[in-house]
Design a protein around this ligand. Structure first.
Ligand SMILES: *Cc1c(COP(=O)(O)O)cnc(C)c1O
Length: 391
């Protein structure tokens, strides 16, 4: 063999036959096929196996299988981001002339995709408060194919009544898609409550280490026919290294979420009595508008997010954020450490003043993503920053 001949030859590693405890990262973009029949059967999906990485690869499949178990989902697929998972739903299941209903409290990009972008494809959207079931009922048209809501919304932490939305969607032969990013399957498994499809940004709580951008879609066989085809045709698939990292993050999901949930409960209770705090929003508090629904739907786990308002206006919020030494201002969520965000200047900066006022998303509102530190550490960090508000 000449040196030139070496590089193109596929070599087999000397350790093959030994079984590593941890799944390797499969970077290969292509796989060897035995013969034409084998290649054709694999590409058609008639037999298991991989051919080309954009179609599927072992790291994405492993992660999808783990997520399917977590969500009790017959089918699951991994996408390059939460947004590409939502894009896949639109492209696979809707067509020009269809109508959808979107919750007015959806993640900003989701709302943009389901309204402005969908309109360019000839898909009409009604944006309604999906906590108001009468408003949802009135929004259906004979062409409604999809209803989209979030399990727990940002930053008001409103809770969707998934069984009721599922019943309404079912009556109109529409599908219910639930974005479960703020809950995670530890708090809620929407498919078991009647949702047809579940979406999660794995970027957040599921990976949990702030180093991966990925999306998940779960659903039933009946809706799945076009999903893999759309994912590979539009090139929406995920990178193996990110799937490998997310699978590692999933290993501690239950531990992380249970700890952060317990922390959030305690922090919400203490914040409600803290000087310099005007209002605390947390579904686990009895004064939250969806407290009873959250108890019914989630049991004793109310999620890891808390919103609160500091006394004063934007200036007070700015003082608080600048003084916050231990809790960084990072406009995302689901990290190991507690982080904070300021909805008015980040996630909700594009929303009209009217709607912000109507919803009660004020300039003095801070949103916390509670992490896995000790509750004492989190409270002392918050008190330290609150001192700046009082002075
Ligand atoms: C972040 C987020 C998304 C989008 O996910 P990406 O992974 O950032 O594309 C969708 N919905 C919610 C609720 C999110 O928080």
């Amino acid at each position: 063999m000449q040196p030139d001949d070496f590089c193109p030859r596929p070599l087999t590693s000397a350790t093959s036959g030994s079984r590593p405890l941890v799944e390797p990262i499969h970077l290969s973009t292509v796989y060897q096929c035995e013969d034409p029949a084998d290649a054709a059967a694999r590409i058609a999906g008639d037999i298991p196996g991989y051919v080309y990485r954009r179609d599927n690869h072992p790291n994405a499949q492993l992660l999808a299988d783990q997520c399917a178990l977590l969500h009790h989902a017959p089918r699951a697929a991994i996408f390059a981001s939460g947004m590409s998972a939502l894009g896949a739903v639109l492209l696979a299941l809707l067509k020009s002339g269809d109508h959808l209903i979107a919750s007015s409290q959806l993640y900003g990009r989701s709302l943009h995709l389901l309204t402005s972008e969908a309109a360019r494809l000839g898909i009409d959207a009604s944006v309604v408060d999906t906590c108001d079931l009468a408003a949802v009922r009135n929004a259906f048209t004979p062409k409604t194919r999809l209803v989209v809501a979030e399990t727990i919304t940002n930053p008001l932490l409103r809770v969707s009544d998934i069984p009721a939305l599922s019943e309404l969607a079912g009556q109109h032969e529409a599908l219910l898609l639930i974005d479960n990013t703020f809950a995670s399957p530890v708090v809620c498994r929407p498919l078991t409550l009647g949702a047809d499809l579940v979406l999660e940004s794995l970027t957040k709580i599921m990976n949990g280490h702030s180093d991966v951008l990925l999306g998940l879609l779960c659903g039933h066989e009946a809706q799945w026919e076009r999903i893999p085809q759309v994912a590979t045709t539009w090139g929406l698939g995920a990178n193996p290294f990110e799937c490998w990292l997310a699978a590692r993050g999933l290993g501690t999901l239950a531990l992380r979420v249970e700890k952060a949930n317990a922390n959030a409960r305690e922090v919400a209770r203490q914040l409600a009595r803290a000087p310099g705090v005007e209002r605390v929003i947390y579904p686990g508090l009895p004064d939250h508008p969806d407290h009873a629904l959250a108890q019914r739907q989630f049991g004793e786990c109310f999620g890891t997010m808390i919103s609160f308002s500091v006394s004063g206006g934007l200036e007070a919020a700015t003082s608080f954020i600048r003084a916050s030494q231990q809790i960084p201002f990072c406009p995302s969520l689901g990290e190991l450490s507690t982080t904070l965000s300021h909805p008015r200047s980040t996630s909700h900066r594009a929303m009209s003043d009217d709607l912000l006022q109507q919803l009660g998303i004020t300039e003095n509102m801070i949103r916390l993503s509670v992490g896995i530190e000790s509750p004492e550490f989190i409270m002392s960090a918050l008190h330290q920053a609150l001192e700046a508000v009082a002075t």
